[in-house]
Design a binder for this molecule. Structure first.
Ligand SMILES: *[C@@H]1O[C@H](CO)[C@@H](O)[C@H](O)[C@H]1NC(C)=O
Ligand SMILES: *[C@@H]1O[C@H](CO)[C@@H](O)[C@H](O)[C@H]1NC(C)=O
Ligand SMILES: *[C@@H]1O[C@H](CO)[C@@H](O)[C@H](O)[C@H]1NC(C)=O
Ligand SMILES: *[C@@H]1O[C@H](CO)[C@@H](O)[C@H](O)[C@H]1NC(C)=O
Ligand SMILES: *[C@@H]1O[C@H](CO)[C@@H](O)[C@H](O)[C@H]1NC(C)=O
Ligand SMILES: *[C@@H]1O[C@H](CO)[C@@H](O)[C@H](O)[C@H]1NC(C)=O
Ligand SMILES: *[C@@H]1O[C@H](CO)[C@@H](O)[C@H](O)[C@H]1NC(C)=O
Ligand SMILES: *[C@@H]1O[C@H](CO)[C@@H](O)[C@H](O)[C@H]1NC(C)=O
Ligand SMILES: *[C@@H]1O[C@H](CO)[C@@H](O)[C@H](O)[C@H]1NC(C)=O
Ligand SMILES: *[C@@H]1O[C@H](CO)[C@@H](O)[C@H](O)[C@H]1NC(C)=O
Length: 879
C-alpha cells in the first residue's frame, strides 16, 4: 500500500452555506487577439466581455481569418476566433497580463488558436507556448478549422504574467484569444506545492446531458467537455447539491449529472497513454450522490490506478460535491483509472466529473531583477523598436534579440548587449552602468552624442566596448583607457574620440598650466616613494647570512639563506615560484624554485630527500652546467643553480622591471613609447638570435613568451628561462619530443601536427610577442562570446582594412610612425606563418626590426604639449 499513490479525500463539512453567486467577471482578463482597435464586446455565446489586445502586447500584426473560414460563410464561428494576431518578427513575443489579484495566486490561463488560413499560405504552423520563463506546451493543428485550446493552472511569480509565443522555425506563431481567470489558490494542490504548473489534459463532464459547462455556470470559467462512452449511462438529479463546500466549485449542471456503468457490476474506466514516459499526472475526480438511497441500499466506491487499489472506500454525499485527488503523481506511459464499487455496495459506482492534468516543472530561472530593471529602463529611454518582451534571458534558447546571458542554477545575468544600429539617440543612459554583469556592449552605428561617460569603466567585467559610428564629443575617459590597458578591454571608438595630436591641439593651450603643475606634484611624490622603497629593499636584502659570489652550485640551505628564508616572492612562473635574493656582494638575484612533486620546496622541510629521481637530477645538472657557459647581453645572466637532491632551483640576475607581460599590462605601459617598444623587440630578438645562431650546439628556447622576457632598470630586455630548454645536437636540428611543450597562445601550430620543435617554433612564438608589443594585448584575449581569441586573429581584420590605428596600442595615442608600425606588423605576421619554412630566421628579424627603429627615429618630432593634453580625462575637459 505504502508504495502506491495515496488518495486524498477532501471531505467537506456541512456548514451554513452562503451561496455567493459569481462576482461576475471580476479579475477576468479576456482578450480577443487581433481584433480591430478599441473593440470591447460581450460574446453572446458565453456572456464573456472581450477586449482588444493592444494594451497587452506591442508586437505582431492583426489579420482576419480567410473568407473561407470566417463570416459570413461560417456563421457559427465564435467571435474571438474570427481574427488573429500573428508574429512574423522576433522569435519570442509575449503578452503581459497583470492580474488584479496580484502575484502569488493561482490563475487559469487559456489560449485559443484557429488558423483559418489567415495568412493565405495554407500551411499549418507549429510553435511553443511559455508562461513566464517556463515551457507550457506546443501548439499543433490537424486542420485549418480546428479550434485548439490550451489551458494551464499556474501560480503567478510576479505582478505580471507573461504568456509567450515562441517561433521554433516551423511557421509563424499566432493567437486567436487569451484568457486569464483567478482561481482559489488552495485548490488543485500537488505534492510539489507551488513548484509545478498543471497543464490541462482532459476535463470531462461525465454523464453529460445538456448545458454549456462554462462561464456563468462555472465561476472559474472552466470548460467541461461532454463524455459518454457507449458502456456508460447517465443519471441526473433535480435536487440541491452544494457545490460551494470546497474551493473547487464545479458547476451545478456538471455535478448534477453522473455516469454509471450500464451493467451494474462493471467498473467505470478511463485510460490514456502519454507520449512522455516521465510525465506526471494528477487527476481530480468529482462525486455527488444523485439518487435517493433506500434503507437497504448503499453506494460505496474505491478508486484504482493501473490495477492497484489506491483509495479507501467512501460513500458519495447526496448533499455536497466532493473532490478526490491523488497526492502523488501518476507517472509512466500508460494510465488506467478504474472507479469500482466495493463488495458490500449494493449500487454501481458513479463519477460526476473528472479533470486530468500533467505537471509542468517550474525549473527555469529568471534574469536577476537588477538586470531586468536596467534593460527595461534602456528599452524605454531609447523607445527601442525591438521585439523585447517577457524575461530577457529565459527561456535560454530564445533570449531577447541582441542579448546574451550567462546561465547558472540560480538566476540569469545579461553578459552581452548588442544595440548596434538600433536608432539610439541622445547621451549614453546611466542604466547601462546597472548592467553590472556585462562583458560586451556594442553601441555602434547609432546617433548617440555627448561625452563618453566614465561610468562605463565601472562595468567591472566589460571586455568589449564598441562606440564607433556615433556622434560623441571629447575623448575617451582615462578610466576607460585604463581598463583597456589593465584588463584588456577591447575598445572600439571613432577616430575623433581617440587622443591624436591634431585633435588635441585646440585644447592644449588652456590645459598646459594645469597639466604642468599636476605633473610636478606627481613627479615629486613619485620620487619620494621610489627613494623610500629603494632604501627598504636594500635593508631587507642585506639581512641574513650571505654567500660568496662567484659560486655556481648551491645547496638548499644556501638558497634558503640567499633568499632570506624565501622571504619575498617576485613572481610565479610555469615551473615554479620566483624569490628575490641577494649575494654577498649585494647583487640582487632571482631564485626560481622548480616545481616537482618529488622536490618539496616548503621551507625547512627535509621530507622526501631520498625519493628524488636521480635521472631528472642528472639531466638538470648537465643542462645547468651548459647554460652557465652561455652569455649574451640579451640573455638573463644565469648565476647558478641548486640541485642537492632535495630541491632544484635556477638562479638568475634580478631584473628590476619584471617581465614584459606584466609590464605591458601595468600602469607603466602608459609611458612605453613606440621607440622603447622597438628597443625591447630588438633586444629580445638579439637574445634569441644568439641562442639559435651563436651557440654551438644551437639552443631552441621552446617557451618564448612575454613572461619570459625580462626588463632591467633601463628597460633593456633579456630572454629568460631558456634554462629548461632542450639542447639539440648540431646535426639534428629538429627533434621529436612527446609531451606538448610551450604556453597556449604561443605554440607553433605546426608543432601540433609534427611534434617537432625547432628554431622556427621559437620564431612563431616571437611573432606573437611582437604582436603583443604593438597591440598591448595578451596573446589570448576573450571575445564577448566568452570565446578566446588569439592576438593574430585580432589584428588580421585591421590589417585587411589597412587600419594600423586599430592594431596599435591605444596607449600610444597615435604617437608613432605609421611606416615603422606597418613594417613591424609585417615582420610579426611573417613570423606567424603556418609553415615554419616560410618564416624568417632570427637574423633576418633582427635586421628588419632595426629598420623599424630607423623609420621611427627618422620621423618629425612632436610637440610636448600635445602629448600632455591627451592625459586629461574628459570630465576635466568640461570644467
Ligand atoms: C477584419 O474584419 C473586420 C470586419 O469584418 C474589419 O472591420 C477589420 O478591418 C478586418 N481586419 C483586418 C485586419 O483586415
Ligand atoms: C478538423 O479537425 C478536427 C479535430 O480533429 C475535426 O473535429 C474536424 O472535423 C476537422 N475539420 C475538417 C474540416 O476536417
Ligand atoms: C518547492 O519550493 C519550495 C520553495 O518555494 C521548496 O522549499 C521545496 O523544496 C520545493 N519542493 C520541491 C518538491 O521541489
Ligand atoms: C436539460 O435536460 C433536462 C432533462 O432532460 C431538461 O429538463 C432541461 O430542460 C434541459 N435543459 C436544457 C437547457 O436543455
Ligand atoms: C478556497 O478553497 C478553500 C479550500 O477548499 C476554502 O476553504 C476557501 O473558502 C476557498 N476560498 C474561496 C474564496 O472560495
Ligand atoms: C430493498 O428493499 C426493497 C423493498 O423495500 C426491495 O424491493 C429491494 O429488492 C431491496 N433491495 C435489496 C438490494 O435488497
Ligand atoms: C550563479 O549566479 C549567481 C549570481 O551572480 C552567483 O552568485 C553564483 O555564484 C552563480 N553560480 C554558479 C554555479 O555559477
Ligand atoms: C545545474 O544543476 C544541475 C544539477 O544539480 C547540474 O546538472 C547542471 O549542470 C547545473 N547547471 C548549471 C548551468 O550550473
Ligand atoms: C552586433 O550586431 C551586428 C549586426 O546586427 C553585428 O554586425 C555585430 O558584429 C554585432 N556585435 C557584436 C559585438 O557581436
Ligand atoms: C552628427 O552630428 C553632425 C553635426 O551635428 C550631423 O550632421 C550628423 O548627421 C550627426 N550624425 C549622426 C549619425 O547623428
Amino acid at each position: 500500500m505504502g508504495a502506491h499513490s495515496v488518495f486524498l479525500i477532501l471531505v467537506c463539512v456541512i456548514g451554513t452555506a452562503i451561496v455567493v453567486h459569481g462576482q461576475g467577471q471580476a479579475g477576468f482578463i479576456s482578450i480577443d487577439c487581433g481584433s480591430p482597435p478599441n473593440i470591447n464586446y460581450v460574446d453572446t455565446d458565453t456572456g464573456i466581455s472581450y477586449t482588444w489586445d493592444a494594451p497587452f502586447i506591442k508586437s505582431g500584426v492583426n489579420v482576419n481569418v480567410s473568407e473561407e473560414y470566417g463570416y459570413p460563410k461560417n456563421p457559427v464561428l465564435p467571435f474571438p476566433l474570427a481574427d488573429v494576431r500573428s508574429f512574423p518578427q522576433g522569435n519570442r513575443n509575449c503578452y503581459s497580463l497583470t492580474p488584479s489579484d496580484g502575484k502569488g495566486n493561482l490563475y487559469l490561463i487559456r489560449a485559443s488558436f484557429m488558423y483559418g488560413n489567415y495568412d493565405g499560405d495554407n500551411a499549418l504552423p507549429e510553435f511553443d507556448l511559455y508562461v513566464d520563463v517556463n515551457f507550457w506546451t506546443s501548439v499543433t493543428f490537424r486542420n485549418a478549422s480546428e479550434n485548439v485550446i490550451k489551458e494551464i493552472l499556474s501560480f503567478a511569480e510576479s505582478e505580471t504574467v507573461y504568456v509567450c509565443l515562441v517561433n521554433k522555425g516551423k511557421g509563424t506563431p499566432f493567437i486567436s484569444a487569451l484568457e486569464l481567470r483567478p482561481m482559489n489558490s488552495s485548490i488543485y494542490g500537488t505534492e510539489f506545492g507551488r513548484n509545478v504548473s498543471l497543464v490541462l489534459y482532459q476535463r470531462l463532464d461525465t454523464g453529460y446531458l445538456n448545458g454549456t459547462g462554462r462561464y456563468q455556470k462555472d465561476v472559474y470559467d472552466r470548460i467541461w467537455s461532454p463524455y459518454s462512452p457507449a458502456s456508460w449511462k447517465s443519471t441526473m438529479t433535480n435536487g440541491y447539491i452544494d457545490i460551494f463546500q470546497s474551493g473547487y466549485k464545479p458547476p451545478d449542471e456538471v455535478i448534477k449529472t453522473a455516469a454509471s456503468p450500464k451493467s451494474d457490476d462493471e467498473p467505470l474506466e478511463l485510460s490514456w497513454t502519454s507520449d512522455d514516459p516521465n510525465a506526471r499526472f494528477y487527476a481530480y475526480l468529482y462525486f455527488a450522490e444523485l439518487e435517493n438511497l433506500k434503507r437497504n441500499e448503499s453506494r460505496k466506491i474505491r478508486i484504482f490506478w493501473n490495477g492497484s487499489p489506491v483509495s479507501g472506500a467512501f460513500n458519495p454525499s447526496s448533499e455536497y460535491s466532493m473532490t478526490v485527488s491523488n497526492s502523488r503523481a501518476f507517472t509512466g506511459k500508460d494510465h488506467w483509472i478504474s472507479v469500482q464499487k466495493t463488495s458490500d455496495s449494493t449500487l454501481p459506482p458513479i463519477l460526476n466529473a473528472i479533470e486530468i492534468f500533467s505537471a509542468q516543472s517550474l525549473d527555469e530561472f529568471s534574469t536577476t531583477t537588477e538586470d531586468v530593471r536596467a534593460i527595461e529602463s534602456i528599452k524605454s529611454t531609447y523607445k527601442l523598436q525591438k521585439v523585447w518582451s517577457g524575461d530577457p534571458c529565459s527561456p535560454s534558447l530564445f533570449p531577447w534579440e541582441g542579448i546574451r546571458c550567462s546561465y547558472n542554477n540560480s538566476s540569469h545575468q545579461i553578459k552581452s548587449l548588442n544595440l548596434s544600429s538600433s536608432g539610439l539617440h541622445g547621451p549614453i543612459a546611466f542604466s547601462f552602468r546597472n548592467l553590472s554583469n556585462l562583458e560586451s556592449l556594442d553601441l555602434s552605428n547609432n546617433s548617440l552624442k555627448g561625452f563618453v561617460p566614465d561610468f562605463l569603466a565601472d562595468l567591472k567585467l566589460l571586455k568589449y566596448l564598441n562606440l564607433k559610428g556615433n556622434n560623441f564629443t571629447g575623448y575617451i575617459p582615462r578610466s576607460l583607457r585604463k581598463r583597456s590597458v589593465d584588463d584588456g578591454l577591447v575598445l572600439s571608438v571613432d577616430e575623433q574620440n581617440i587622443c591624436h595630436s591634431r585633435s588635441c591641439r585646440d585644447r592644449s593651450r588652456i590645459l598646459v598650466p594645469i597639466v604642468v603643475s599636476t605633473l610636478v606634484v606627481v613627479l615629486i611624490a613619485a620620487l619620494v616613494v621610489i627613494c623610500i622603497l629603494r632604501r627598504e629593499r636594500k635593508i631587507r636584502a642585506y639581512s641574513g647570512p650571505l654567500l660568496p659570489s662567484g659560486k655556481r652550485r648551491f645547496t638548499y640551505s644556501e638558497v634558503s639563506s640567499i633568499t632570506n628564508n624565501f622571504n619575498k616572492v617576485i613572481g610565479k612562473g610555469g615551473f615554479g615560484i620566483v624569490y628575490l635574493g641577494s649575494l654577498e656582494d649585494g647583487t640582487e638575484i632571482a631564485v626560481k624554485m622548480i616545481n616537482d612533486s618529488s622536490f618539496g620546496k616548503s621551507k625547512g622541510s627535509s621530507s622526501s630527500s631520498s625519493s628524488s629521481s636521480s635521472r631528472v637530477s642528472k639531466e638538470f645538472q648537465v643542462e645547468a652546467e651548459l647554460l652557465l657557459t652561455v652569455h649574451h647581453r640579451n640573455l638573463a645572466s644565469f648565476v647558478g643553480y641548486c640541485d642537492d637532491g632535495r630541491s632544484m632551483a635556477l638562479i638568475y640576475e634580478y631584473m628590476a622591471n619584471g617581465n614584459l607581460q606584466d609590464y605591458l599590462s601595468s600602469e607603466n605601459a602608459e609611458d612605453l613609447s613606440w621607440e622603447k617598444r622597438l628597443h625591447i623587440a630588438i633586444d629580445s630578438a638579439q637574445g634569441l638570435e644568439y641562442l639559435h645562431h651563436g651557440c654551438r650546439p644551437p639552443i631552441v628556447h621552446r617557451d618564448v613568451k612575454t613572461a619570459n622576457i625580462l626588463l632591467n632598470d633601463n628597460l633593456e630586455a633579456k630572454i629568460a628561462d631558456f634554462g629548461l630548454s632542450k639542447v639539440f645536437p648540431e646535426d639534428d636540428l629538429s627533434h621529436v619530443v612527446t609531451a606538448v611543450m610551450g604556453t597556449p597562445g604561443y605554440v607553433d601550430p605546426e608543432y601540433y601536427n609534427t611534434f617537432k620543435l625547432n628554431e622556427k617554433s621559437d620564431v612563431y612564438s616571437f611573432g606573437i610577442v611582437l604582436l603583443e608589443l604593438i597591440t598591448g594585448r595578451r596573446s589570448i584575449m576573450k571575445t564577448d562570446d566568452g570565446d578566446k581569441m588569439n592576438v593574430v586573429h585580432f589584428v588580421e581584420p585591421f590589417i585587411d582594412f589597412g587600419d594600423i590605428d586599430g592594431v596599435v596600442d591605444a596607449r600610444l595615442r597615435g604617437d608613432f610612425s605609421s611606416n615603422s608600425a606597418w613594417k613591424f606588423v609585417e615582420v610579426a605576421m611573417s613570423c606567424v606563418r603556418d609553415r615554419g619554412t616560410n618564416r624568417p630566421t632570427m637574423n633576418q628579424i633582427v635586421s628588419d626590426l632595426k629598420q623599424c627603429l630607423a623609420a621611427e627615429l627618422g620621423r618629425e618630432p612632436r610637440s610636448h604639449h600635445e602629448k600632455e593634453a591627451c592625459l586629461i580625462p574628459i570630465t576635466q575637459l568640461k570644467v
